[in-house]
Ligand binder design. Structure first.
Ligand code: FDA
Length: 452
């Protein structure tokens, strides 16, 4: 096995690791990026399935994601708006389908008023707690002790208002059941997007896509790094001391002054750290887990819903597919719908055969768009839970009580080992924007230490 010497070894060629590598090299440090998969991009992956170009992982860009927008600009990548003309659709607990415009679902006036009240209250709490150090807020422990669902139940007796507000964080963002994470974790999620209101505004949070797919960000970053990116090189062992590290991948060993572990936290324990990480790290890492969501892609000969005056934006906390959108590619004559099946519902349908699962999911889509939704020409489910080098989607969050207990330490380097991923970000947490921010910040921290 060959051994090479570098200033910094970066483990993981996702958006975060590649951003860090790019910044470090620009500052004159030598780097090697070791990537387990035979491709770069991690949770960003554009693939062709049965002749359709599909973004299997992350894809949307929102206006507050300024680090990602700056990277797109630097890399010369163009964006286009998600199709959003026409009515949205909501399906009630009774299965009644209603068309609507705007962001507040077509519910009883009293329920709509409750939703508005909760959104205002949550915006205030988000503002108070902030995005940088939610664990440092005076009431952090209190907010971290109560589950998102229990807190909502304390706020209102209106079950439909509760179910809808829960959806924006649970199924739609953290992709975990609303009883399994805290109010504080929910506030961090909203704060990372600027406000709770932003999560409610689909036109804001799911604003633009990149022509040709968002995976081009890591692809272009990796191209510029050239031979310093090593594919099919899972790091199995990381020896470390105060003076440096030695990262052993299957085909190469990199001896370096510093390491950046740029993988999601649920995968840290797959690396054999020698000596073992400190007790606190061992404990903390066990409280951070990925959510689970199936991203469903259904391609049709035409975007038939548009003729019916529908934007394809659809929501229901009561449907198997809790949200769905028009995901037609730039200048593509065919129409694509994307829908999401989250957490416990995903568990349920994964128990079925592939055929039964497809039928259940398409039936749910038909509740929003009618019978035509039942017959796509291409159908595909992104199943990130089965991906060895990810194991879930979209990203990691703490379990109840974990954020206030460990959050302050989650990014603290251990000797020469630094941590960088969207899962640890403040602004852009769980998103590509956060991956880029974290990569840039980590590179800066290493440069500062190197120069000290
Ligand atoms: P990421 O997981 O991408 O990269 C880590 C890399 O490390 C991977 O390439 C992995 O193979 C590698 N690795 C792991 N263990 C290793 C080892 N031992 N040795 C070497 N390499 C190792 N975001 C967004 O902004 N807009 C969106 O619309 C969406 N939507 C979305 C949908 C779906 C289905 C998913 C799964 C995710 C999203 N996201 C998203 C989230 C976004 O994709 C995600 O936050 C970032 O891409 C994460 O980038 P990182 O570099 O932090 O980790």
């Amino acid at each position: 096995m060959s051994a090479i010497e570098r200033d910094v070894v970066i483990i993981g060629a996702g958006a975060s690791g590649l951003t860090a590598a790019t910044k470090l090299r620009a500052a004159g440090l030598s780097v090697a990026v070791l990537e387990a998969r035979d491709r770069v991009g991690g949770r960003l992956w554009t693939n062709h399935i049965d002749g359709a170009m599909l973004e299997l992982g992350g894809q949307w860009v929102s206006p507050d994601q300024t680090a990602l927008l700056a990277t797109l600009e630097e890399l010369g990548l163009d964006t286009y708006s998600r199709y959003r003309e026409g009515d949205s659709v909501y399906v009630s607990a009774e299965g009644v389908r209603t068309r609507f415009t705007g962001d507040i679902f077509p519910v009883a006036e009293s329920t709509a008023a409750e939703m508005e009240r909760l959104i205002t209250l949550l915006d205030e709490l988000v503002e108070e707690v902030g995005v940088t150090e939610p664990w440092a807020h005076a009431r952090a422990k209190e907010y971290d002790r109560i589950s998102w669902s229990a807190w909502l139940a304390e706020q209102t007796d209106d079950v439909e208002a509760r179910d809808n507000i829960a959806l924006f964080i649970a199924a739609a963002m953290l992709t975990k059941p609303s009883h399994s994470f805290s109010l504080l974790q929910a506030l961090l999620m909203a704060a990372s997007a600027g406000s709770f209101t932003h999560l409610v505004e689909a036109d804001f949070i799911l604003d633009k896509r990149v022509v040709g797919g968002l995976q081009q960000v890591p692809i272009k970053l990796a191209e510029a790094l050239g031979d310093d990116v090593h594919l099919s090189s899972p790091v199995r062992r990381l020896e470390w001391s105060d003076t440096g590290v030695s990262a052993e991948a299957d085909s190469v060993t990199v001896n370096a002054r510093y390491a950046i572990v740029a993988v999601p936290p649920n995968l840290y324990s797959r690396i054999d750290f020698q000596p073992p990480l400190p007790r606190l790290s061992h404990q903390m890492h066990q409280h951070m887990s990925l959510g689970l969501v199936i991203k469903v892609h259904a391609v049709y000969e035409t975007p038939f819903w548009r003729e019916d005056g529908l934007s394809a934006t659809a929501f229901s906390p009561y449907e198997l597919v809790h949200e769905a959108y028009d995901n037609t590619n730039h200048e593509d004559p065919r129409g694509t719908l994307v829908g999401f099946v989250s957490d416990e519902r995903a568990d349920e349908v994964f128990k079925l055969s592939a055929e039964e699962r497809r039928e259940r999911i398409l039936t749910s889509l038909s509740h929003y768009y009618g019978e035509q939704a039942l017959s796509p020409v291409v159908y595909y489910e992104s199943d990130w839970g089965s991906e060895e080098w990810t194991r879930g989607a979209y990203a990691a969050s703490f379990d109840l009580g974990g954020l206030s207990r460990y959050g302050a330490m989650q990014s603290t380097p251990v000797g020469p080992i630094f941590w960088s991923t969207s899962d640890l970000a403040a602004e852009g947490y769980q998103h590509v924007d956060g991956a880029i921010r974290k990569g840039a910040d980590t590179a800066e921290a290493i440069i500062a230490r190197h120069q000290a």
